[in-house]
Design a protein around this ligand. Sequence first.
Ligand code: NAG
Ligand code: NAG
Ligand code: NAG
Length: 480
Amino acid sequence: MAPRCSRPASPLVGLLLLQLLAPTIPYAACRELRTLLQLEAVVPPAEAELAAAVNIFGDEIFAQLSNETKPGGDPGLIISPYSIAQALAMLLNGADPNGTSYQQLEALFGANQVPLADLNQEFQALTAALLSSSQPDSGIRIDNANSAWLKEGLRWQQQYSDSLEQYYNATLGTLTTAQASSSHWWLFMQWQLAVNSWVAEATNNKITQIVTDDIVADAILILANAIYFKGSWVKSFPEELTKATPFHLLDGSTMQAAMMYQPLEERAVQVATLPAAVGNVAIKCQAIQLLFAGFEYAGVAAQPVGAVRKVAGAQLELETAEGPVDYAEALAACRSAVVDSLPGGFDSKAWDYSTSPINLYLPRFEIEFFASLNTALQALGVTQPFEGGDLTQMAEDAEGNPVQGLAVTEVLHKVYEKVDEKGAEAAAVTAIAVTTSAPVQTNPPVDLRFDRPFLFSIVHCPSGLALFNGQIYKPEEWGA
Ligand SMILES: *[C@@H]1O[C@H](CO)[C@@H](O)[C@H](O)[C@H]1NC(C)=O
Ligand SMILES: *[C@@H]1O[C@H](CO)[C@@H](O)[C@H](O)[C@H]1NC(C)=O
Ligand SMILES: *[C@@H]1O[C@H](CO)[C@@H](O)[C@H](O)[C@H]1NC(C)=O
């Protein structure tokens, strides 16, 4: 039977958990619960398909973003594909179903030919599955919020606001009129504050600003999603074992990272060794799953297998049997391999219990990432919403005439993520501004040391959705 998110095998603990948790979780996630309940494929196929599609487009956006930004220029690159997806799904609902914007957006979700109502229901059901895993008492919290803000004097088209409320549970807000002159500068401030303070509340103050005066001054409407996650590790890292340890940076230099440590018993965690390739060179990618309390979410850390080396004047390289390859490219190949292993809640052919004890070394980090997704989305074929003309189903004037010429000006994405001895905390916001236009076999312990740029994802086990997906280039400095 397929191991999914799993906790150490123990039928007694499993039974106890079953009694404690089963009534409250519709999709009992982890192996023992699922085995005991004889649950297979409990995530309905449509939702699982949406989760897989979101993972794939998230990986594509990731590839585009890391192409735009210099690898290692930021301390890390982290996105929340599902936050981006929900904001775009709200946009999709406002597009003419016969238009190009609609086609391009539905293609992004792999949802061609799927009726809009069905797609909306899949989003609603997937969100419900994510939220049903929130158990604040047992150390896991997840919030998801959507909102839509419209310039004063305009109205939402009835069907649009109905869909936003029904499927996306969106809060509808009014933006103060844009007719502010310099003597009414405070109107702008109020307008901006409304969106940003909503963001701050929805992310537990981890993100306090997403839009600026300029964006707000131009906007007719703004659509926003916010996700907040906080989870405690099932097995925390003893703080006294965190030590200063060298960590390789992409530019070939090294730093002293605050390296956490914990020994893990044989069969205590699930691991995977995934095949990947850089050009024609085959590499292997080593990944480990660390469960959060509640057993419904897991942190996944991964990196390419092999020694790293610095070449004078060049970026970090990975040694392989076929010669050295660029480490950043190997990391990217590894990321796609991990994403491919997630659908259905961790592919059972790839993921299994470790057959050896593991000495796990993982650095602490706290990273914020901010980017405009405009270029990345355009590179993925979503161009028409930026040109506009067919976003006709969103707003209307006081006489009920649809607002014409709406076009997207900005798709902004901001993510915060912190990993330490106790667990992880993460938040993501996506805002769309719209204006008129225009395996190991032996048994001695093995070291698993994340001492060079690595991958870190937070994954919802039952659906396999990568809620947060990141590449960590520079963790917390020792003593910082
Ligand atoms: C990254 O950019 C280069 C040059 O601009 C381009 O050739 C390559 O296809 C891009 N990669 C991706 C994943 O878009
Ligand atoms: C889309 O096209 C169909 C048939 O071609 C038409 O009946 C429908 O009214 C169109 N919808 C919109 C919103 O223009
Ligand atoms: C809808 O959002 C409100 C906050 O705006 C929240 O209190 C409520 O729990 C949400 N409902 C669902 C079904 O998620």
